[in-house]
Design a protein around this ligand. Structure first.
Ligand code: ZN
Length: 40
């Protein structure tokens, strides 16, 4: 299972299906950011 974590506040945003455990970084809605960018 993969986890999407906010790169600003380190809070867990959501989970997604994945064969292995992995972490993606984005921004949650609580942070002041117009768009979400997913970075590996
Ligand atoms: Zn955040």
């Amino acid at each position: 299972m993969g986890t999407i974590v906010c790169q600003d506040c380190n809070s867990t945003i959501s989970h997604f299906e994945d064969e292995k455990v992995s972490t993606l970084y984005g921004r949650c809605l609580n942070c002041e950011c117009e768009k979400t960018e997913i970075k590996r």
